[in-house]
Ligand binder design. Structure first.
Ligand code: PLP
Length: 376
């Protein structure tokens, strides 16, 4: 179905932060498959893990045990909230799990029609429930009727958020940095207000780390640099080292909310994808790599600020958005950059977004800045 507007290029090969098209032309990849290839294209450790597991056991049903998925779930829990993990295959599916968990948790407290508070500008996925949780797309009303039970508040107003959380609230769901809206970090006071309101009401704080997680913002999870620890975290995109892996992770105390038979997913946690995910977290959960992400992110953002025509630079680590000066055409800039061998993305009006692989070198960052200087 024609659901994607594609750029006129066909990629054939990738290595680190570089891509080659079918004619052999080389590109610097500042999109990384929309924040998926955080370890770089074809990282040798991930490639080897996939190769080895593909020859041993690709998949079995979740009605049985298999080691890679269990090891990965344990590793993910230890690296984040310490509770239990539901593995799945995408970000939207991870958020669906969080929504079901929050609603069931609320039902157990006698809340008949629980509500989830979300932020304006949020993007939580494209399934019917996660669309309802994404206020802008929900308001376009293409796929109604959408499920009820979501309430949107401004993304920069801690008082409005606190006022929206009440007896019926099952959860507050937030992306620490809104990616699809154009890279907008949520101010610390808003996240702190969400934590405070959840603590007061017994609602769950759910952080959607699907785009911000796996090192993208300069820590394994973006919340580790912020003011609050969530009760539930969702992850996907870079989690599987390029294979489709999502996860919903709980804090301790919420392990038993979803019980046997209440949720599931055929492919989830299969050995092949889990082996890739284990290799990816091994590569990325490395203090020196994460430190470089913060340093190179600062260097790249400073370089963007010095380009005439870029009015604002937002983000953290290597999740960076540039607001363009009035009158500049982002699609034209992205198209000229692609011709010049730089892949970038336009997520929102007047905005360029940069999500390079985290293994990128300083020389590659400088080359991208030089191309951008010309194209902007
Ligand atoms: N949540 C956030 C913050 C995202 O950025 C995305 C995808 O861009 C999703 C959820 C949905 O993930 P998926 O496309 O894997 O379903």
């Amino acid at each position: 179905m024609p659901t994607y507007k594609r750029a006129p290029v066909e990629f054939a090969r990738g290595e680190g932060a570089r891509l080659w098209d079918v004619d052999g032309k080389e590109y610097l990849d500042f999109f990384a498959g929309l924040g998926v290839q955080n370890a770089g294209h074809c990282h040798p450790r991930i490639t080897e893990a996939i190769r080895e597991q593909a020859g041993r056991l690709v998949g079995v049903s979740n009605l049985y045990y298999s080691e890679p998925g269990m090891r990965f779930a344990e590793r993910l829990s230890e690296s984040s909230l310490g509770g239990r993990v539901f593995l799945c295959n995408s970000g939207a599916e991870a958020n669906e799990c969080a929504i079901k968990l929050a609603r069931k948790h609320a039902h157990a407290k006698g809340i008949g029609e629980p509500e989830i508070v979300v932020l304006e500008g949020a993007f939580h996925g494209r399934t019917v429930a996660t669309l309802a949780a994404s206020p802008k797309i929900a308001s376009e009303d293409l796929f109604g009727p959408l499920p009820a039970g979501f309430r949107a508040v401004p993304r920069d107003d801690p008082e409005a958020l606190e006022a929206a959380v009440g007896e019926r609230t099952a959860a507050v769901m937030i992306e620490p940095i809104q990616g699809e809206a154009g890279v907008h970090p949520i101010p610390d006071p808003v996240i702190a207000a969400a934590r405070k309101a959840c603590d007061a009401s017994g609602a769950l704080l759910v952080l959607d780390e699907i785009q911000t997680g796996m090192g993208r913002a300069g820590s394994l999870w973006a919340w580790q640099q912020g003011p609050a620890r969530p009760d539930v975290m969702t992850a996907a995109k870079a989690l599987g080292g390029g294979l489709p892996v999502g996860a919903c992770v709980t804090a301790r105390g919420l392990e038993g909310v979803l019980e046997a038979g209440e949720h599931g997913s055929t492919f989830a946690g299969a050995p092949l994808a889990a082996a890739a995910a284990l290799a990816a977290i091994d590569v990325i959960d490395d203090p020196s790599l994460l430190g470089r992400v913060r340093e190179l992110g600062g260097h790249f953002s400073d370089g963007l600020r010095s380009i005439d025509g870029i009015a604002e630079v937002r983000g953290r680590g290597l999740m960076v958005g540039a607001g363009l000066a009035d009158g500049l055409d982002p699609a034209g800039i992205a198209s000229r950059a692609l011709d010049a061998g730089l892949v970038l993305n336009v997520p929102a009006p007047a905005t360029l977004r940069f999500l390079p692989p985290l293994v990128i070198s300083e020389a590659e960052v400088d080359k991208a800045l030089e191309i951008l200087g010309r194209c902007v």
